[in-house]
Design a protein around this ligand. Structure first.
Ligand code: AMP
Length: 487
């Protein structure tokens, strides 16, 4: 499949069909094609042979899609940076990416208003990087996962084949920020099938009245979100077929889908299917999937994450990289053409997590899992990476930012659970010097300082102040003892 040609094709056969609807603004396939072509020429003229990535900073504006496609049509990968990422961290990402240029929606409009460039752009091909998504890194430095056109095409061929989306007929919910690779699932399934991408903004998500009104006006047929987001919507009694009369499927990825969430959705939406998919950003969004019907819910608790996508292999390995027998626990390793070539400019991190086997790329996920009857079961993380409301966070990332604050000498961050699910973060800190101000005031100050450096979802909700941390036998902060303080 020639992904870019396929997306452009809709601009020829259905130029008036909406490609993207966001905040009441519509971008048609005709406009997307014309504008991304024009932007690609503009970029080629401006940057010449410099094929460094294009950073794209914004939220859910129509121009984001124009910028993404404009970049790749000009032969450069894009780095999506959502507005939830504070400027300081965004700046680090732009630097680490070695970006040739940063585009914002306003900059895209400006470029399109400039006299038409005549340069003939050369789009990305095959093994060229297509996008680079930065995820939380355990040392406080975000790491850029390089996804090639081949990786993305492999993924899209799979989703179109498995879900059999009718052409020019679907409307996809886009809930995840474009800097989270879950959004790739709706964005490219939509663009490749001539669908309409229906975005909801962070402002709408924070305001239930606006959110449910948006759904009512949406004509969504395919719901893509984290299970947490659907769980939040299920609290609303009117969240049902009257609100989403055309819904065909709920398509989840990114974190554990609870049996209860799947069952509630099937009760509320008897005509819709529920799908669970699993995978890390490093292997292009998702590598396993399955439909979760009532039989599956009755047979499995917790739910499996599905079967491997054709053309890829999931192998459960022990620490010596030997595959373990069926049914035994080990690390989930993904082998296939959807696996990233590695982290941008970080050969050290790439070497730790990636390897090649029989000439095919492989990625050690750091996830515990096991296989039974071809089904993959996810059993938690082997390290300090967590998922909070769908967001991937390295606990070490937050801790290192806390330790860098001048008032703090040491810090530990723990996850606070509610009803058995991660709910918020707690920060434990040892202060260098107890200054003036109550615990509450000092906490507020830390939250403010952290919010300048990290997205809001990485800022602990509550802080505990200690003289010193309890220690384990080998002299590390005793996280178990600290967790007892939360009870
Ligand atoms: P991300 O790179 O943000 O997509 O996060 C990838 C990680 O999320 C995986 O390595 C898993 O730890 C977790 N994850 C993704 N999908 C699922 C799922 N369906 N069930 C449980 N955990 C998941």
């Amino acid at each position: 499949m020639d992904l870019l040609a396929r997306i452009d094709h809709w601009g020829t056969v259905a130029p008036d069909r909406p490609a993207h609807i966001s905040e009441g603004r519509t971008l048609t396939y005709g406009e997307l094609r014309a504008q991304s072509d024009a932007l690609a020429s503009w970029l080629s003229e401006k940057l010449g042979d410099n094929r460094a990535p294009i950073a794209v900073i914004g939220h859910k504006e129509n121009e984001m899609l124009v910028a993404f496609l404009g970049a790749v049509k000009s032969g450069r990968p894009y780095v999506p940076i959502d507005l939830s990422i504070p400027p300081q961290r965004a700046e680090r990402i732009v630097q680490n990416a070695g970006a040739a240029l940063t585009l914002t929606p306003a900059a895209v409009r400006e470029a399109l208003a400039a006299p038409r460039a005549t340069a003939k752009p050369k789009p990305v091909t095959g093994e060229d990087p297509y996008y680079i998504i930065f995820t939380s890194g355990s040392t406080g430095e975000p790491k850029g996962v390089v996804i090639t056109l081949n990786c993305l095409t492999t993924f899209v061929i799979w989703t179109l084949g498995e879900q059999k989306f009718p052409e020019l007929d679907e409307t996809f919910l886009n809930q995840a920020p474009f800097s989270f690779d879950l959004s790739v699932m709706d964005l490219y399934s939509s663009l490749a099938s001539g669908g309409t991408l229906f975005s909801i903004t962070k402002e709408a998500i924070a305001n239930p009245k606006v959110l449910y009104q948006a759904f009512t006006n949406s004509s969504i047929t395919t719901w893509v979100s984290t299970p947490s987001f659907a769980q939040m919507c299920l609290v609303e009694k009117t969240f049902g077929p009257a609100m989403l009369p055309q819904i065909r499927r709920f398509w989840f990825c990114g974190e554990t889908l609870a049996n209860e969430t799947a069952a509630q959705l099937l009760d509320r939406f008897p005509d819709a299917e529920v799908w669970n998919t699993y995978g890390p950003t490093e292997a292009t969004v998702a590598t396993t999937s399955m439909r979760v019907d009532r039989k599956v819910i009755a047979e499995h608790a917790p739910l499996p994450v599905g079967y491997e996508m054709p053309g890829t292999r999931i192998v459960i390995m022990d620490e010596k990289r030997a595959s373990v027998p069926e049914g035994e626990r080990g690390e989930i390793v993904i082998i296939g053409p959807n696996v990233s070539p590695g982290y941008l400019g970080r050969a050290d991190l790439t070497e730790k997590a990636f390897f090649a086997t029989d000439g095919t790329r492989a990625y050690r996920t750091g996830d515990w899992g096991r296989m039974r009857g071809g089904l993959v079961f996810f059993e938690g993380r082997m390290d300090g990476q967590i998922k909070l409301h769908g967001y991937r966070i390295e606990i070490g990332d937050i801790e290192s930012h806390l330790r860098n604050l001048p008032q703090i000498s040491d810090a530990v961050v723990l996850v606070v659970e509610k009803n058995g699910k991660p709910d918020s973060l707690a920060g434990f800190v040892v202060l260098r010097e107890r200054g003036a101000g109550s615990d509450f005031e000092i906490s507020l100050q830390f939250k403010k300082q952290l919010a300048e450096r990290l997205p809001a979802y990485m800022v602990p909700r509550k802080f505990w102040f200690l003289e010193a941390f309890p220690m384990t036998a080998n002299g590390k902060a005793d996280r178990r003892k600290l967790a007892e303080l939360l009870k």
